[in-house]
Structure formats: C-alpha cells, structure tokens
Design a protein. Structure first.
Length: 333
C-alpha cells in the first residue's frame, strides 16, 4: 500500500462518511488539519517504515523467519459479521496463534523490548485476519485516539484479552475527560450535601472515580429533590449556598438535556461516560474484540444508538479507580 493511501485509510474513521468528502467544507478543513499534523509530527514520516511493517517483522522474528521470507498463512477462514459474533481459532492455526498471543512489537526505532501500547492477543488477531483468506486488510492504529486495529481502513477494532467473554470489560481510564468528571462531581457533591444537611443517613463513600450505576441514580434523586424546593429561584438570589446549588443543577440539566426524573438523568450520564470512550475507540460501527488465550474470540459490535436507549446500562456499568468498566455481553451481546 502506498504511503498516501495508507494515510487516508488511517484517518477515514474520523469522517462521517468514512472518507473525506471534498464537497463538504468541514471535511476539507479536517483533512488539512490531519495532513499538517501528520507531516509535522516527528514520529511520523512518509519515509519511515509503517506500523504494519513493524508488526510483520515481529511476527517473522517469533516464527523464526528471515526478513525476506513470506509470513506463514493462516489455514482457517475468518470473517467479519455485521453483528456481535464469536468463533474459535482453527486447530490448524492454534500453534501459531499461541506463539503470537503474548507478543508485542518493540518501540518504534528499537529492535528489542516491547511497547506497552500493545496488549495480549492483538498481534495474533492481526495475523489471523491479515494472513488468511478473510479478504480483510488489517492496519494498525497507534496514534491519539485510534483503536488498536482497523479492518479495511475504516472499521475500528479495540482488542482486549480478558479471561472470559462475560462480565465487565475495562474501557480504560477517563481522568482526562474533564467535562464528565465535572458533571459527576456536581451530582455526587449535591448528594453529599443533602445527606449532611438533611435527615437522611449518609450513604457509602462514592466519588466520580469509583461508583456503580445505582450510585448515579441515587445521586440524581437528590438533585431532583433539591430542584423541587419551593422558591429555589428566590432563595438563590438571597443566599450564596442556594445560588451555587441552582447554578450546578442548571449545569446538569443543560448537559443531560433536562431529564424529567432521576433514572433518566442517570442513564444520560452513564451514556455520556461510555460514549466518550467507545465513541472514539473503536467508534460507532466498530468492534471490541475479546481474545482468549484458548483461541476463543468474540467481537462485540458497537451500536451507540442502541446503547443510548438501553435501560440495562445502569446495571452493567461501573467505575473503579478512574477506569470505566462495561459488561459488553449484556449491552452488545
């Protein structure tokens, strides 16, 4: 693949149509920005070896092949379904899969060691699809908010290697997502204030970095209760504490599209948290692929439209130490 085509494939997911529409001024502007970033970046050059070359060289090294030898072809047939699907690595490919499962390529510019940006199963999955009769071209996403892999240029695939396909899977840390952190801080802050000033028993300690879906509902119950205080507008003009409370409630209502009850508010908040992660990696229409060491692989199809209206979201989301977890089997299974 020539460098220009490789570049266009690597950025295609950033455009609504899957490619830059030169008749759309916004697409043209974004394309110019991405081209400038690509050219100016000291880590990227059209003359450098590609990430795919690095992965290929890693595979050759693990399999004991010379640099000019063709990479061993997978014997099984591996396809990409339109919905969530699961399969097992062919017995004919299991030996090679096992050798590649724990492998990570070295850092760019180095021959030894492994980069921390590549987890278990990623190189093995890259090999299964790129070197089989799948008719799927796999490229590597290693910059910014790119997913781990791209299938056919614009289908993002984020690779995980949890020990089972059921249960919650980590989406990574969200500490840099300041907007959502601030919204959570407001909701949990109001809940804490209500418990201190009111007659209700103080609940277990929760905060924006450690909570369950049910904690969101409990927090917004307090927000809704305070919002219903008679003459809140008048009190806000007379007392600083009520002015602060009202302003914070207004911030929540604006960000969450004026929810009518606590559950609706909690669902909206949970959706914002998840969408901010998987909306970028792997993106709408992409997949989270969980690769087990035993060769079982499950691709969860990401459909944000279904997620936004899924009332089970609150039962299947949690945050632990600033990392977000979601039960993909319950939501996208």
């Amino acid at each position: 693949m020539d460098p220009i085509t490789k570049f266009l494939h690597s950025i295609s997911y950033k455009f609504p149509k899957g490619y830059p529409d030169m008749e759309d001024p916004k697409d043209v502007e974004l394309l110019h920005i991405l081209m400038e970033e690509y050219i100016d970046s000291p880590k990227k050059s059209l003359q450098e070896s590609s990430e795919e070359d690095i992965y290929d060289n890693t595979i050759r090294k693990v399999l004991g092949l010379e640099s000019n030898e063709p990479i061993t072809q997978a014997k099984g047939s591996y396809k990409l379904d339109s919905n969530t699907f699961e399969f097992s690595v062919s017995s004919q490919d299991k030996s090679t899969f096992d050798k590649l499962f724990n492998v990570a390529p070295p850092k760019r510019g180095e021959d030894e060691g492994e980069t921390k940006g590549v987890g278990n199963g990623e190189v093995a999955l890259y090999w299964l699809y790129n070197y089989s009769d799948s008719n799927i071209k796999v490229t590597v996403g290693r910059s910014g908010d790119d997913p781990d892999l791209f299938f056919n240029g614009n289908v993002g695939v984020e690779v995980k290697a949890y020990s089972r396909h059921t249960g919650k899977i980590g989406l990574g840390r969200f500490g840099a997502d300041r907007e959502n952190i601030n919204l959570l801080s407001v909701a949990f802050g109001i809940k804490a204030l209500s418990e201190v000033l009111g007659s209700k028993k103080e609940g277990p300690a929760i905060n924006p970095t450690n909570f369950k879906g049910s904690d969101l509902t409990a927090a917004f119950e307090q927000v809704i209760e305070l919002e219903k205080i008679p003459d809140l507008d008048r009190l806000a003009t007379q007392y600083n504490v009520f002015d602060t409370i009202k302003k914070n409630i207004d911030i929540l209502n604006k960000a969450l599209n004026s929810p009518t009850d606590a559950k609706e508010a909690a669902l909206s908040m949970a959706y914002k948290m998840v969408e901010s992660k998987i909306g970028r990696k792997p993106g709408q229409g992409g997949y989270l692929a969980n690769v087990l060491k035993n060769g079982s692989i499950k691709f969860f199809k990401i459909d944000l439209n279904k997620l936004e209206t899924n009332e089970e979201l609150l039962d299947n989301i949690a945050a632990k130490q600033s990392a977000l977890y979601l039960d993909f089997g319950k939501i996208f299974g």
